[in-house]
Ligand binder design. Structure first.
Ligand code: TYM
Length: 334
């Protein structure tokens, strides 16, 4: 059985981009794979964070993973900071990663500009931590949204460099992972600007639909979302990014095919489409929200899931870490 690894940061609310770009794909593929899915709480401190929220957001996200349909027969769910091997491997990989590989990362450049003087070393090092997250579990596939593609490429570069430096030819120590980026949903766009991706860090709440938004909030956001003056909706017209984005949301959340949606919506005006999309989003999120509430009401259960996940994850991660340290020539701890 092939292995999958992925994670989401526990920062703020989970939105439709996170769901459609990542979590839904984990759920859909889960029975084919052996899945390691974690809450990336070490990544959540690379930008200034609120200590009063971190643990709470970690539990919320774990509950959402389960509410979205991850099940424990196929998936190991754990918290990144509970498995110290992640930080330890990061140090070892830091020492073989050229600085300019990190200063060249698009996300670093974008986030660093926004942070101004306040850029911590962690923000620069973030992709090496991400590489460690992945490599410890030796996954075949890493299902992510489009915005993580460059980080996966860096991970592959680090693997090749590590193996070149420390492995015998034909006996790689680190395993090359493949990104798994679905065409549809890999880049969900903002509701207020169809050329920008939907993001947790957009200051406008109207730009995103969160998985835990109430029906009223969803209705309001769709009512106010950006459209264009053209009648009839269409996919894939670069002049009409909002049309493409909203139709894609409708397609993915209704379960209809692209052809069905094209036929259904090609003559619709926005006034007819918006209520349809609203109803579809509300209906798609309702079962997730109900399940989420039930799980949050049972804290003991959630703790047991994460405790169990930590043990299973640690067993795998520690083995890889030991292999890496041996290849680098470390003495065995006494
Ligand atoms: P994060 O927390 O920003 O996002 C979680 C997942 O959601 C996807 N995503 C989107 N997909 C489609 N449209 C969007 N608008 C959109 N916004 C976000 C992301 O691509 C991601 O798959 N660095 C990662 C977390 C991480 C990780 C890892 C992932 C840490 N270590 C190891 C995979 C493997 C991040 O910040 O994702």
């Amino acid at each position: 059985r092939q292995r999958v690894l992925s994670g989401v940061q526990p920062t703020g609310n989970l939105h439709l981009g996170n769901y459609l770009g990542a979590i839904r794909n984990w759920v859909e593929g889960q029975s084919q794979y052996d899945n390691f899915l974690f809450i990336a709480d070490l990544h959540a401190v690379t930008l200034p964070h609120n200590p009063a929220e971190l643990a709470k957001n970690t539990y919320t996200l774990a509950a959402l993973y389960l509410a979205c349909g991850l099940d424990l027969t196929h998936s190991t769910i754990f918290v990144q900071s509970h498995v110290p091997a992640h930080t330890e491997l990061t140090w070892l990989l830091n020492c073989i990663t050229p600085l300019n590989w990190l200063t060249d990362m698009i996300q670093f450049k974008e986030k660093a500009v926004k942070q101004g003087e306040n850029v911590g070393v962690g923000l620069l090092d973030y992709p090496v931590l991400m590489a460690s997250d992945i490599l410890l579990y030796e996954p075949d596939k890493v299902p992510v949204g489009e915005d993580q593609k460059q980080h996966l490429e860096l991970t592959r570069d680090i693997v090749n460099r590590f193996n070149y430096l420390f492995a015998k030819p034909d006996q790689p120590v680190l395993k090359l992972p493949e990104p798994l980026i679905r065409k549809e949903g890999a880049r969900v766009m903002s509701l207020t600007d169809g050329t920008k991706k939907m993001s947790k860090s957009d200051p406008s709440e109207l730009s995103r639909i969160n998985l835990l938004d109430s029906a009223d909030e969803i209705a309001k956001k769709i009512k106010k979302c950006k459209t264009d003056p053209t009648r009839g909706l269409e996919f894939d017209n670069p002049e009409r990014p909002e049309s493409n984005n909203l139709l894609t949301l409708y397609m993915l959340l209704s379960g209809k095919t692209k052809e069905e949606v094209t036929t259904e919506c090609q003559d619709m005006g926005w006034g007819q489409f918006k209520p349809l999309l609203t109803e579809t989003v509300i209906n798609a999120l309702k079962p997730i929200q109900e399940k989420y509430q039930a799980i949050m009401d049972d804290r003991g259960y959630l703790e047991s899931v994460l405790r169990h996940g930590k043990h299973k994850a640690e067993a795998v991660a520690n083995q890889t870490l030991a292999k890496v340290k041996a290849a680098m020539g470390y003495s065995t701890p006494l």
